[in-house]
Ligand binder design. Sequence first.
Ligand code: FRU
Length: 308
Amino acid sequence: MTLVAIGACYIDTILTVPHYPGEDEKLRSSSLCRRRGGNCPNTLEVLGQLLQHGPRTEGSMLNLISVLPSLSSVSSNKIQEGLGILVDIKNCIYREQFSEPASSYIIMSQASGSRTIVNYNELPEMTRDEFASAIEPFHAASEVPWFHFEGRAPGVTIECIHHIRSRFPEALVSVEVEKPGRLGLQKLAEAGDVVIYSKGWAQSNGYTTAEECLRKQMPQTRRASLLCCTWGDEGAAALEPKTGNFAHIPAHTSEQIVDTIGAGDTFIAGLLYGLIYRSKDWDFPRRLEFANHLAGLKVTQEGFKDLH
Ligand code: FRU
């Protein structure tokens, strides 16, 4: 099956520091790393590896819809190279007058494992009409794609989901509800078939556990067949509103935490892999367990290579 993931792409500049600096402090970083980031690109990079190494790859295609700089820019070429051969970026929205993608500057503290992110983006956001044109080619495909949204720019994203509902009525839509304090994410959750909440969003809405978030969200997310919530080192929970199935699993504990950036994106890759590509042979707890395990593995290594 084809997956279309819609979200921003960044170039991440990551400084690893022994502890998070105080304001106006001087601190020496133990390493500097620059790599492609962005929630959906990170998820697709991991999914590409799972499909390449997993049992059912034929006909599976992974597509990114993101706003990128000019098609001929060095950055856009590098972004394609880094995503691997199963990820297609030809339906992205290219801003020809720009040569640089959005950037994130990230401070990763070894003491706490936290990653503090400051973004800069001068590429104009995608509009609903640009999105509608970008997904039109999928109408000719033999199978209805699965659409996954990073929940950003909620006003436009909700219009995009409405467009999918009218143009691809059979399609399933998953939505990530991540950023604390971003207004409008609740509306996106209500429009999704699968909703993945972050701990940060849940806490900013007053929930104190993953289970509480899911149970209290359930009456508002009537369309959803699966709700999931990740809770950092306390693991993750999932609830199937239609069957009442609930599971909470502890975090996959690891000896050494090396890089937590994109752990949530990796969890989503594992979850989507189970839902889309192992829907027949994996049951509900196995899919959650797999996503959790993959995210646990990710934090023990730098970047996203060899996660399969
Ligand atoms: C990690 C990440 C980074 C990116 C930032 C965007 O989840 O996708 O790769 O810079 O978040 O908010």
